[in-house]
Design a protein around this ligand. Structure first.
Ligand SMILES: Nc1nc2c(ncn2[C@@H]2O[C@H](COP(=O)(O)OP(=O)(O)OP(=O)(O)O)[C@@H](O)[C@H]2O)c(=O)[nH]1
Ligand SMILES: [Mg+2]
Length: 333
């Protein structure tokens, strides 16, 4: 599937995705703008103070100690070697380094033509945006010409089933549900079975989001996974962990725990618009790198609208995150 590129790269479309990305990352950008005052006010000589200021700004945005330190070490070395002579050059080098950190973790989400139905699990603690992400993606997949069925695998709360059902009704997409308290594995099994018999392309399976500390959730997820794997070889084909960017460094432990239990194949980072610490994405990929796991970030969410969930593009992301240099200060909108 390559529905991605139509508008996401086009920065000239003010209200297109670029505009939404930029306004979505506004809180973090505003904070960076305040923290990087010296750096972005035109071409000035680089002094110790502007380097310190930059380091603090990165830490404040939750970029994390290790990545911040590495970036600062590289920038400082280049300043010493006189490769970076003014604050403008420093700023540009920073943007490049940040983008380079993210690039290995960006990959377009693909649904191969020869796997049907293609089964995607959405996992994550409660409230992170699993159900909303499923609704948004279902709509995008449908618009890209794929047939979709939703599985209401979060059976712990009646409201969860209703929420998914209403997304399905709105988008005219079938939802397989059994109501509150039903066996989650059985619901997802039904959905995959139904997709097989009706020749449906994609199954998006919602799951419950109780706290990852409760081991029974992980056992439940593993069971659903086993049952589906027996019904269809290779399924689930993707296990997407949804993370709320606003939880900061807690996201790191969520990645570890879900990955250990169910083998996460991709990440969706939501609510980047609700936090001034969107830099957490750097800490997440850093922690993945350190543990030798290259789990891609497929999508990012920068708002509640269906179009606010888009493929993750490091270049656009960094450009939208960093303060504007032209005016010296950015309003954050
Ligand atoms: N601002 C903003 N809100 C979002 C985003 N993604 C999801 N939300 C909101 O977050 C809230 C929780 O989303 P849900 O999709 O219900 O989360 P969930 O993971 O399914 O939660 P549980 O079913 O309780 O486990 C909803 O109000 C969503 O509209 C985003 O990218 N930005
Ligand atoms: Mg939900």
């Amino acid at each position: 599937m390559s529905e991605a590129d139509n508008d996401s790269r086009s920065k000239s479309q003010g209200r297109g995705f670029w505009g939404r990305l930029k306004s979505g990352l506004g809180k973090t950008r505003t904070q960076l703008t305040q923290g990087m005052g010296n750096l972005i006010l035109g071409e000035k000589e680089i002094d110790e103070a502007s380097l310190d200021e930059l380091e603090t700004a990165l830490l404040m945005a939750d970029v994390g100690m290790d990545t911040t330190r590495e970036i600062m070490t590289q920038l400082t070395a280049r300043v010493r070697r006189r490769e970076l002579n003014d604050t403008r050059a420093l700023y540009e080098a920073l943007a490049t380094l940040l983008e380079e950190v993210l690039i290995p973790f960006a990959r377009p989400f693909e649904i191969p033509d020869d796997v049907r139905p293609f089964v995607i699990f959405f996992v994550g603690v409660n409230g992170v945006g699993k159900t909303t992400t499923i609704g948004k993606l279902a709509r995008q997949f449908k618009a890209a010409g794929l047939s979709v069925v939703l599985a209401a695998g979060d059976t712990f709360r009646a409201a969860a089933v209703e929420q998914l059902t209403s997304w399905g009704e709105r988008e005219d997409i079938p939802v397989i549900a059994q109501g509150q308290g039903a066996d989650s594995a059985s619901v997802v099994y039904d959905a995959v079975q139904s997709a097989r018999s009706r020749g449906i392309d994609v199954v998006l399976a919602d799951t419950a989001g109780r706290l990852q500390a409760k081991t029974n959730l992980m056992e439940e997820l593993k069971k659903v996974q086993r049952v589906i794997g027996r019904l269809q070889e290779g399924a689930p084909h993707e296990v997407l962990l949804v993370l709320d960017a606003g939880v900061g460094q807690n996201a790191l432990s969520q990645v570890r725990e879900f990955d250990a239990a169910v083998g996460v194949t991709g990440l969706v980072l939501t609510k980047l618009d609700g936090t001034a610490k969107a830099g957490v994405i750097f800490a997440i990929v850093r922690s993945l790198k350190d543990s030798g796991r290259c789990i891609p970030v497929y999508y990012i969410g920068v708002g509640e609208g269906a179009d606010d969930l888009r493929p993750f593009e490091p270049g656009d992301f960094v450009a939208a995150l960093l303060p504007d240099t032209e005016n010296g200060a950015d309003s954050g909108q």
